[in-house]
Ligand binder design. Sequence first.
Ligand SMILES: [Zn+2]
Length: 463
Amino acid sequence: MSTRLSFLGAAGTVTGSRFLLEVKDHRYLIDCGLFQGGRSEKVLNWEAFPIPPERIDAVLLTHAHIDHVGYLPRLLRQGFRGPVYATDATQALLEIVLPDSAHLQEQDALYANKKGYSRHKPALPLYTAADAEEALKLIRGVSFDSPLKLDGVTITWRPAGHILGSATLDVEITNGGGTRRVVFSGDLGRYESEVMRPPVSLADADVLLVESTYGDRLHSEEPIQKVLGEALDHIIKSGGVLLIPAFAVGRTQEVLYHLRQLQESGRVPDLPIFVDSPMAVDVSHIYCRFGNDHNLDINLLMDQNECPLRCRDTRFVRDVEESKQLNTRAGPAVIISASGMVNGGRIMHHLKWRLPDKRNALLFVGYQAEGTKGRLLLEGAERIRIHGEEVPVRAHIFQAHALSAHADRDEILRWLGGFSRPPRRTFVVHGEPKSSQALQEHIRKRFGWEVSAPRTGEVHEIV
Ligand SMILES: [Zn+2]
């Protein structure tokens, strides 16, 4: 009986992570991500799932980012009935991010209908808040390093250091007499993060899937707080507003951490920091619950005044009206708002309002996928289209590479160096073609492994 691996997404691109593992007559879906980016990516989310979802035995998740989990409610809508396994911290984050993702889908459809800019009439949400609630009921929490036995496979979640709860999946397949090990790296974190612990290397794999988001580059050595300090200097001097596109869970806490450090050291004065998102809640309590995942002091986290994941003047804005009032607010101030890749959400309204004014600044702290407005802005676009309107870009644009949650090329190679023997097959995934290509070349040169970068739709017999 063969074991097959199908690449249903995040192959030749960074979003839509979905890999199907078929062992005898059992089917496991590893990650269930949304495609994100421009129209050509978003449209992929509307296609029928390539196999009937009711035939999937279980979904196994690496971490709570939308490009790894955001398709789950849609899968449910097409007949999937669970279960879904994820680490306990991922489960806790999903309770925040899935309803928020549904809310964004509903908001975008509503707004498109109101303004009449959608190609589809009426514009529909990909899924609703009710679908997200149903999806949450299917999730079963698992602990790191505790093997989970399912039909034909035993799965162990190992720490990947990328965000709270993020994991590398170590899947042992029993098929006929022998066993084989398939390792899914998931997104790999950084070795020197002040907040997160480093990724844990694995020693053994027959088949390996490794991410390559930054497979073609090294993160700048420039300290995070230097770039952040410069962006703050700009708006403090001009009286402008610093916009930081960031997902409300994960990246936002890292940004708050470094802002707080700058304020504590006296490098910048206290100023109002708005975390503007429908899910804008203080998630530092989740960091308290999962203390083994990060480097922060739990006692400090629990202290209202000393919590390192909050600045002294941090305001969480949930309400839409309150969010709109931010448009007319004078600087200096910082607004952190989703989505992090500038492809929807409240950040769009803030950009429409703030980009035309050169007193303002925009700071990118995460990966900007191809086709997103974030990528256009990073590449120096002089104007961008937001909600059907042309918006001139005069605000100053900064980028903090070092705030990335992803390992860079050398960090990926360092993680790969943990394997004690070459995997029989290595697949480079989760990267744009240029990054995947570069990482393949480095793997061949450094380790001499058999490596390839599959395309979406490819199916490989792996045993
Ligand atoms: Zn991720």
